[in-house]
Design a protein around this ligand. Structure first.
Ligand SMILES: Nc1ncnc2c1ncn2[C@@H]1O[C@H](COP(=O)(O)OP(=O)(O)O)[C@@H](O)[C@H]1O
Ligand SMILES: [Mg+2]
Length: 396
């Protein structure tokens, strides 16, 4: 049966979802798929990736390995990805043989993979983004910084995540060190620093029929450019929330294809909303939807790529918090997560442990979600649970 007209799930011959990338996002997509008795085939370079424990089949190869992607496609009815670093030319080849196979489509991924192209695209469709520009030389960069003022941000155009590709320039003196940090070959871009009052995000999905639905706005708190916690509903006015929702849906109207997208935004003191970036996949700030919404971002993604109806996600709790559990700075290696008894006695808490074999500083190893009666309530509970949980070097 073609996903375009799917109306049944065969138990004897279930549809297979192919996922490029077997990290925590892949694992949570797979868990949502397994709930509906679908099959899951994953491509990942590690045979013990988080997805390995929940997938029917694992192809161990580099994400960009064209032959392995082809093998994945042969085994799958639809192909999707949990990472932006997929091989778009291999995916374009597949798409030319079966247009419905890969979603979101590789050409959408291609726009998003390049932060510069992504911003040009958004600007072209009238969506507000921070001022940005390509950089050709330190001299030209200095001119741009002088024009827009400090601080400025230098961003790697490709392959950056969790803030690893960003460099903040506070004054003229930082320009050369920023340059040596990147090297011109990395093709960095300039971005004006947005003095935001809040960072927010919205998960939006579209199915193959073009139906679009969006999730409640999440408020995101970062530490060292990496997501620390998401609070829902975001502490913003209804007017700003509506503005953000309209912008997220307009973004999806501009981008082609089916799937779930995470749209990261800044809110300024003047209540302007500016788009920071788009993720063509489930997003860390949407994890709260597993416990706190009528449909999770992962199930919505599966519905979208199989062209099933999307339901409007409803928040089931007055307040929810999602807090990431990151590898401590103090060691790299095997680990144990301790303090479960105390943490799990927190009312409304759900714990997710991804199963990565090794901890590294700031590596995302798990998260917890707490639903509760008010934001004050969930913040207090999160603080206690966070203090109870210890990620420790397991030398046994
Ligand atoms: N133009 C900007 N102004 C202010 N802060 C920014 C800007 N761009 C990024 N940041 C900060 O850095 C974080 C990571 O940057 P982002 O571009 O989203 O990179 P990544 O792809 O690593 O998530 C953002 O969530 C935000 O906190
Ligand atoms: Mg980001």
């Amino acid at each position: 049966m073609s996903p375009a007209s799917l109306d049944e799930i065969s138990i004897t011959d279930p549809l297979t979802i192919g996922i490029i990338g077997g990290g925590q996002l892949g694992k949570m997509i797979a868990l949502a798929a397994k709930r509906m008795a679908l099959k899951v085939c994953v491509l990942d370079p590690s045979n013990c990736c988080p997805c390995s424990s929940v997938s029917d089949e694992l192809i161990v190869a580099d994400f960009k390995d064209a032959a392995a992607i082809r093998k994945l496609a042969r085994k799958s009815d639809v192909v999707t990805y949990e990472i932006e670093q997929a091989n778009t030319s291999a995916l374009i080849d597949l798409e030319s043989e079966n247009a419905k196979l890969v979603n979101p489509p590789p050409r959408t991924l291609q726009i998003i993979q390049d932060k510069y192209k992504q911003k040009l695209f958004l600007k072209k469709f009238g969506l507000r983004v921070p001022s940005f520009s390509l950089i050709e030389s330190p001299q030209q960069f200095l001119q741009i910084c002088k024009k827009y003022g400090f601080p400025a941000i230098l961003k790697a155009r490709y392959d950056s995540y969790d803030g690893r590709g960003n460099y903040t320039i506070k004054s003229e003196r930082d320009i050369l060190s920023a340059y040596s940090h990147f090297g011109l070959d990395k093709k960095p871009m300039f971005e004006k620093y947005v003095n935001f009052s809040k960072e927010i995000s919205i998960m939006v999905a579209r199915n193959l029929n073009g139906q679009i639905t969006s999730f409640p706005v999440a408020e995101n708190l970062h530490q060292d450019h990496i997501l620390h916690m998401s609070i829902v509903p975001a502490r913003i006015s209804d007017k700003v929330a509506l503005r953000a929702k309209k912008m997220a849906e307009k973004t999806l109207n501009a981008l082609k294809g089916a799937g779930i997208f995470g749209i990261e935004m800044f809110v300024t003191d003047a209540d302007d909303v500016v788009i920071n970036e788009i993720a063509p996949r489930p997003h860390n700030s949407g994890h709260y939807s597993i416990e706190a919404c009528s449909v999770s971002q992962f199930e919505q993604h599966i519905r979208a790529i199989l062209n099933l109806p999307l339901t409007e996600p409803r928040l089931l709790s007055p307040a929810v918090i999602m807090l990431n559990l990151l590898g401590p700075e103090s060691f790299e290696g095997p680990y144990a997560i301790r303090g479960l008894r105390k943490a799990l006695s927190t009312p409304g808490l759900s714990l997710h442990i991804y199963g990565k074999k090794v901890s590294k500083p700031r590596r995302k190893l798990g998260h917890f979600t707490i639903i509760g009666s008010s934001i004050k309530d969930v913040l207090a509970k999160a603080d206690n649970a966070k203090r109870a949980l210890k990620i420790e070097h397991d030398k046994s």
